[in-house]
Design a protein around this ligand. Structure first.
Ligand code: SF4
Length: 527
């Protein structure tokens, strides 16, 4: 496969310029070169020639070369001293060059963060209207009308899930009741029956770790108990057990973990408690019985695709039929909030394959559907696969996206949260759809970072979210002298939240052996 070299100087522009190039030219294997690159890489690139290069010069102009043609970019509104504004102006210019070359717009324009709905959420939270939100998306980031609309709709849904408009009112009057004062719990199980081709999560093949299962459960339950006084006497708003695949554990182990969660965190049938039963090859009747016994309110049975050929290629060992059976079994046992995940843009899949997956989903009628666009993560096995096979097997188009959108709509599901990842095929996004009332609060809390999350298990990250000590009170809410949405966001305290994090070790052995250290770290974070 041929490398397509691009040169970027200085390196601080690398991430943004590269994100633009990879979104416009997803099928090229783009290799970045910066002044600090190894000499042999530079020599290879010089020999092959640069597809694109940009060099910001001392006088503030930038010398740009694209497909052998050169021009000088002279900023009109910014200087290199104001890095953020200069970068945006430069990227806007590059966007127009790449747009002219490819004849297309990017759905999310120049936005490449993982939380693209945040500006709309801030706009809605601070009493601003849709038009101000739209204007921000389009003028700052060149986002399409469709995505600006989608961001607003999702922000409104998120606010509903978070407790409705009375919380917006209460926040504006300085009273931080509701979700902002609460917390959620995440329980991580880092094991899976096998590793999928595209996986970049903490997920170890169970076969290699089966002897560590009980020790892991022991450590996990100890961690949960030891942290029980961080929010004394207070139940979380939601509990989410993910991974990995929690149902990769056996029924006894699952029972033990959930029992401790119930004892220590007052988890009960009225609380949102999700367990990702992700892979059908890990789902058995005895495990579902355990989940049912504990009143687990929401589970996931994730096909990703219903095309057997693709499942074989991506290394998901459960067959399409097994997933249908697992879903039906869960329904028969009374689970009334079942999510399914699918991925668009999987290798070898086009409209016909996605149509087939959508047809099966419409027959099964899950209560929520999370539609992902494949992220071409270089850290996964997929990175190696692409090295060998190139990008030509990946297709993700507007037509494919609309098939999934129609599928959700045909069974009454509405979009309620959205996020993006780096290097998503087609420059699209991941969208969570649900029947009204069946949305997952935890997903919204995570996306908008409006609540603390106490996380247990290997590779998990706890997050402390508190009202900022330097918050500017009334500035958050709409008033005659309040700043524009852009100014509010740029000021960095738009949501008036201070966020700090602490991470547990990813390796199972480190996690088990150094548990006291992790517990202390978490207590320190929250104290
Ligand atoms: S099921 Fe999910 S977590 Fe497990 S290997 Fe596959 S992608 Fe990774």
């Amino acid at each position: 496969m041929n490398n397509t070299y691009v040169y970027i100087e200085p390196e601080k522009f690398l991430m943004d310029v590269l994100a633009l190039l990879r979104s416009f030219y997803a099928k090229l294997d783009i290799k970045p070169v910066v002044p600090e690159s190894r000499e042999d890489v530079k020599a290879d690139a010089e020999k092959a020639g640069y597809f694109f290069s940009v060099k910001v010069m001392e006088d503030g102009n930038a010398s740009v070369s694209f497909k052998g043609n050169g021009f000088v970019f002279s900023p009109e509104k910014s200087s290199p001293d104001d890095f953020t504004s200069y970068k945006k102006e430069l990227c806007r210019k590059l966007y127009s060059v790449f747009k002219e070359d490819t004849g297309r717009d990017l759905p999310w324009g120049m936005m490449n963060g993982v939380r693209p709905t945040k500006p709309a959420f801030i706009a809605a939270m601070s009493g601003r209207g849709k038009s101000e939100s739209d204007e921000y998306y389009k003028s700052e980031y060149l986002v399409t009308d469709e995505k600006a609309d989608m961001s607003w709709d999702i922000a409104r849904s998120e606010l509903n899930v978070l407790g409705g408009c009375e919380h917006v009112e209460s926040r504006c009057s300085g009273d931080r009741r509701g979700y902002a004062g609460g917390y959620s719990v995440y329980i991580g199980i880092p094991f899976c029956p096998s590793r999928c081709l595209y996986c970049s999560f903490t997920a170890y093949p169970l076969a290699a770790f089966k002897d560590s299962g009980d020790a892991y459960v022991q450590a996990l339950t100890e961690e949960m108990k030891a942290c029980s006084q961080i929010f004394p006497g207070k139940a979380p708003d939601s509990v989410y057990m993910g991974g990995g695949t929690p149902t990769a554990l056996n029924a006894t182990q699952l029972d033990r973990i959930i029992s401790v969660a119930e004892d220590v965190y007052f988890a009960g049938p009225s609380m949102e408690f999700t367990v990702e039963a992700g892979r059908a090859d890990s789902i058995t009747e005895d495990k579902l019985k355990v989940l049912k016994k504990h009143g687990i309110s929401r589970i996931s049975v994730n096909p990703q695709t219903f095309n057997q050929k693709t499942l074989d290629l991506i290394g998901r060992k459960a067959t399409a039929d097994e997933t249908v059976k697992a879903f039906n079994l869960a329904r028969e046992m009374g689970f009334d909030n079942i999510n399914m995940d699918i991925i668009l843009g999987l290798p070898g899949e086009g409209t016909d394959e996605v149509k087939h997956t959508c047809e099966v989903i419409e027959k099964l009628r899950p209560d929520s559907l999370t539609v992902h666009s494949l992220a071409l993560k270089r850290a996964s096995f997929l990175g190696e696969w692409i090295e060998k096979n190139g990008h030509s097997a990946f297709t993700n188009t507007d037509e494919i996206q609309s098939l999934a959108r129609d599928c959700a709509s045909n069974i009454g599901l509405e979009p309620y949260y959205l996020y993006r990842q780096k290097d998503m095929s087609g420059g699209f996004e991941n969208i969570g759809y649900a029947l009204p009332g069946k949305e997952c609060l935890y997903n919204v809390v995570m996306m908008e970072e409006v609540q603390s999350v106490l996380a247990f298990g290997a590779g998990t990250i706890s997050k402390k979210v508190v009202p900022a000590s330097n918050g500017t009170g009334g500035r958050f809410c709409r008033s005659t002298d309040s700043p524009s949405l852009g100014e509010l966001i740029r000021s960095g305290d738009a949501l008036h939240m201070d966020i700090s994090r602490c991470e547990n070790f990813k390796e199972v052995g480190d996690y088990i052996n150094r548990l006291p250290e992790l517990i202390e770290r978490k207590k320190e974070l929250f104290n």
